[in-house]
Design a binder for this molecule. Structure first.
Ligand code: NAP
Length: 602
């Protein structure tokens, strides 16, 4: 599933050839050498080694990832590695140098992961900005989601900003409060908090042609007011507006009910009969937690998720490993780099449709079928002793078509408990006393919890955005949001989406990396405006359309575009509106700087 090497060094040579078993003793020799080097470092108190040269970097990168790193990747990887701090990725310009006398303010909507990154970069460039945040704290998704068991499902030594790397995470996959603290701490340490207006929701944004500004209507603690800014960055996220299912009778349920993203901690679950609708990433995290409290638990599954084995998902970082991260110079950076690389192009090959295979709803290629076999083996390991359960939790669509769920065996163990029932019969309606399935059975419940996901493809809702000529963004999109590079939209000058259409990753890397790329590009657009003295920029429509045609074509040849399975990756038109179908390198290359030829510059 990964490139099969460990962070402690290559288990392969730098040519990428796996060592034959007979040579495995070499690993011992190699580890012995590593331990001797650590002893020398300790005993001789040599201090921090010199920075590696370019050639050293190439060699060490190749060694640590177990294959020869292509030169095309090197600039990106050096940025991510950030051995010498942040200067490679930080803005290489400043407002005071390029346009000292021009008044220019950027508004950022949202102080979550992307909004904090944007604020940090604008601050580094010396550009005035203000952040409007609807909540009463920063942190976005990590502030809002407080359901039991909520934790990051990407290793957080990588799920962190390249400019704020942290070695002392308590867990490999930390709980949400740790992530929330991290983002809040970043906002504090970078001096961003004084620019953040909390409890302030941007209700609408309207482009003013005469002044080349955005007029924002902001609803805050002191009422509604109007603000004018020169550029607008939307950092509202994709997964923050709860989606309730369109099931008849939802309002008739007599007991308490709530959504996973709006967990009602005042509702006691102990000793009660609880029904949960949904078995996505959120539900699979909270169901095992609440199962321990409740009297009876009924879980309604429409589509079984594919589980990826992650034995350490609940573990604390081992003390020895924590020591290495904290004491050996650059070890933490290299570990983060190794995680990044492992995820970088990750399982993209296994998610690629082979038209000659031919692709089916079982598998889209031979490699995808191999993935199915590996994941099926995990399901058999954890639920093989319960054939009825095994049949229910085995997905009937190609792996990697939907977001997978990390599992250390807890999913099957939870569902096997005598007071837990997994129902895979479709729901007919919700009634006063519970949930009735299509077979006529009423599953009685005292509390109903919706783990039914988010209105992901309704980008930017409910904010109203009106561009050139009075065009409403949501009317232009008509349920099918599109942008050039996922960032800029024709007809909407000086407007930048972060985590916009087709910038979601499925099987490759960390979403923070994508946000950093988007922020870099948007800040470079601001630079273009300031440096060249333009009032506004927006992408050429034909450039935008050609780009989107390529995205659609590529997404159709990925598992998530090919499979008919339901997922939040597709919008109401059936188009994959969320996902980036190419490599992380290609996203980085395309977001280095705006090409003026792609833009209408006024
Ligand atoms: P989700 O993946 O969209 O899952 C929603 C669940 O509700 C699915 O099982 C879905 O079934 C079910 N559902 C929806 N409508 C239904 C209906 N009418 N009847 C029956 N079942 C229905 O939402 P999520 O679990 O909240 O996760 C969303 C995304 O958030 C994840 O994919 C992930 O990217 C992110 N997330 C991340 C973390 C993290 O730790 N980093 C944690 C949680 C979530 P179908 O599968 O049939 O549609």
């Amino acid at each position: 599933m990964t490139n099969g090497v460990s962070a402690h060094g290559a288990r392969r040579g730098i040519t990428g050839v796996t060592a034959p078993p007979l040579l495995s003793a070499l690993n011992i020799v190699s580890l012995g050498a590593e331990i001797s080097a650590l002893r020398r470092f300790r005993d001789e108190r040599r201090g921090v080694p010199a920075r590696p040269t370019e050639s050293d970097l190439r060699t060490i990168m190749s060694y640590s990832v177990g294959s020869l790193v292509s030169d095309r990747y090197l600039p990106l990887l050096r940025e991510e590695l950030a051995l010498e701090g942040d200067h490679l990725r930080a803005p290489q310009w400043s407002k005071s140098a390029v346009a000292p006398d021009r008044a220019f303010v950027v508004a950022i909507v949202g102080a979550g992961m992307s909004g904090i990154a944007a604020a940090h970069r604008l601050q580094q460039a010396g550009v005035d900005y203000v952040v409007f945040e609807k909540n009463d704290d920063v942190g976005g998704t990590w502030y809002e989601n407080s359901y039991p068991g909520c934790r990051v499902d990407v290793q957080n030594h990588m799920y962190s900003y390249s400019f704020a790397q942290k070695h002392d995470w308590p867990n490999y996959f930390s709980p949400r409060h740790v992530l929330h603290d991290y983002f809040r701490q970043c906002a504090h340490e970078f001096g961003l908090l004084t620019h953040v207006q909390l409890r302030s929701e941007v209700v609408s944004a309207t482009w003013q042609e005469s002044s080349a500004t955005w007029e924002l209507v902001v609803r805050g603690p002191d009422g509604v007011r109007t603000v004018h800014v020169n550029a607008l960055m939307s950092a509202v996220g994709q997964l923050n507006r709860p989606k309730f299912p369109d099931i008849a009778g939802r309002e008739s349920f007599a007991g308490p009910s709530f959504h996973s993203a709006e967990w009602d901690h005042s509702v006691p679950l102990a000793g009660r009969r609880v029904a949960v609708i949904g078995t996505g990433a959120s539900a699979c995290q909270f169901i095992p937690e609440i199962a321990a409290q409740v009297d009876e638990l009924v879980v309604f599954q429409r589509t079984a998720p594919w589980l990826i084995p992650a034995p350490r998902i609940h573990d604390s970082v081992d003390p020895g490993f924590g020591w290495l991260l904290g004491h050996v110079p650059f070890y933490a950076q290299w570990y983060r780099f190794w995680l990044f690389w492992r995820g970088a192009e990750g399982m993209l090959p296994a998610a690629t449709v082979d038209l000659a295979y031919p692709p089916t709803e079982r598998a889209v290629s031979a490699l995808n079928d191999e993935t199915r076999k590996l994941l099926t083996a995990w399901l058999e390991m954890t639920a093989g002793d319960d054939p009825e359960l095994l049949a229910k939790i085995t997905p009937n669509y190609p792996p990697l078509s939907k977001r997978f769920v990390l599992d250390n065996g807890v999913w099957a163990a939870t569902l096997k408990q005598p007071h837990v029932t997994l129902v895979s019969t479709a729901i007919d309606r919700i009634e006063t006393d519970g949930v009735r399935t299509r077979d006529g059975v009423l599953h009685e419940a005292d509390v109903l919890i919706y783990g039914t996901g988010f209105q992901a493809s309704r980008f930017l809702t409910p904010m109203k955005v009106v561009g050139r000529g009075g065009v409403d963004l949501h009317e232009q999109w008509s349920g099918d949001a599109r942008a050039y590079l996922g960032i800029v939209v024709p007809g909407f000058p000086n407007f930048f989406c972060l985590y916009g259409p087709n910038t979601n990753i499925v099987v490759n890397g960390s979403i923070i990396y994508f946000s950093e790329c988007e922020v870099h590009y948007a800040v470079e657009c601001v630079r273009l405006l300031l440096e060249k003295g333009y009032g506004s920029l927006e992408p050429q429509r034909d450039v935008h359309d050609a780009y989107n045609a390529k995205i659609d074509e590529a997404n159709r040849l990925r598992t998530w575009g090919f499979s008919k399975v339901s997922s939040w990756y597709k919008n109401e038109t059936g188009r994959t509106a969320q996902n980036w179908p190419f490599t992380v390198l290609e996203f980085w290359e395309q977001t280095r700087a705006p090409n003026p030829d792609d833009y209408v510059l006024v």
